[in-house]
Design a protein around this ligand. Structure first.
Ligand SMILES: [Fe+2]
Length: 285
């Protein structure tokens, strides 16, 4: 479908998730279409600006047209005392000090499930893409919830899930030493989140992902059975958009209604994306 929204020329990339937006950089940075972009993002989950080639300054400016830009690294200052608005997404520890930790991004997740208010959206710009493309996949957790049978919706309506850093870390280190486990456990406290996020808008989305440790009130087998079944459901092809990167692409996603994962790539592949984030505006509960 090709549509005109103000100055936006848009093409849906799949029926349920992902829209390509053609716009000139000047109009994008002016903020005149910010309201339309926010609305489209909430509707479509992922927006793609092919080869728009934003530099860091332009990416920051675009981010600020959409809401409150949050600092990266949880707002911590670097060695020079500066807070960062651009985060270098890379597995290479020479580029990204927590590169090794980023192997957790190969598994379906949303950003910030251990916070009360997760970030609203992330914006990624491709700076160096290796020849294998190193895609990113997104799934629409609003659409996945909407398509569930009524019996499932009723059964999961009020369930609560404990999210934990150790659950995520076990995907990349399945047999940690006790010292490692203590470290995984102590990084960030666990947090209980609803399985179904009832948004202010009235829409509902599923809160899933690799940080989901267990469902409160279920034994481990029942709990894992439900979480795996729902993740499988939410990530079936009809709810997924896969972005095969080209240098210069900018892609943004609604972190409150999607999950995402990077397709595995090697730490020395040179893959580099620059990320900016928008402060969250709505708590899970
Ligand atoms: Fe992420």
């Amino acid at each position: 479908m090709l549509a005109q929204v103000a100055e936006l020329s848009t093409t849906d990339l799949t029926p349920l998730i992902g829209t390509r937006v053609r716009i000139d950089t000047e109009t994008l940075l002016s903020g005149t279409v910010a309201k339309e972009i926010r609305a489209l993002l909430e509707q479509r989950g992922v927006l793609v600006f092919p080869q728009i080639k934003l530099n860091d300054e332009q990416q920051n400016a675009f981010t600020r047209t959409l809401g409150t830009q949050a600092y990266e690294n949880n707002g911590m200052a670097d060695a020079q005392g500066n807070k960062q608005t651009i985060f270098k997404v890379s597995l290479d520890s020479k580029v990204n000090p927590i590169g090794e930790y980023f192997r957790t991004s190969f598994f379906w997740h949303l950003d910030g499930p251990l916070h009360e208010v997760p970030i609203l959206a992330s914006i990624l710009s491709a700076k160096h893409i290796p020849s294998n493309g190193a895609a990113t996949e997104f799934c629409n957790t609003y659409a996945a919830y909407d398509a569930l049978p009524e019996s499932d919706k009723n059964a999961i309506e009020n369930l609560k899930v404990v999210h934990a850093n150790w659950a995520l870390q076990r995907y990349v280190n399945p047999e940690p030493s006790y010292a490692q486990f203590r470290q995984m456990k102590d990084v960030v406290a666990e947090r209980t989140q609803p399985l179904v996020w009832k948004h202010r808008s009235g829409r509902k989305s599923l809160v899933l992902g690799a940080t989901a440790a267990y469902v409160i009130g279920m034994n481990p087998t029942e709990s894992w059975d439900l979480l795996v079944r729902l993740r499988d459901w939410a990530t079936q092809p009809r709810f997924v958009y896969r972005h095969d990167w080209t240098n210069g692409d900018t892609v943004m996603w609604d972190n409150t209604g999607t999950l995402h994962r990077a397709i595995p790539y090697a730490a020395d592949s040179g893959r580099l994306l620059h990320r900016t984030i928008l402060q969250g505006e709505e708590a899970f509960a």
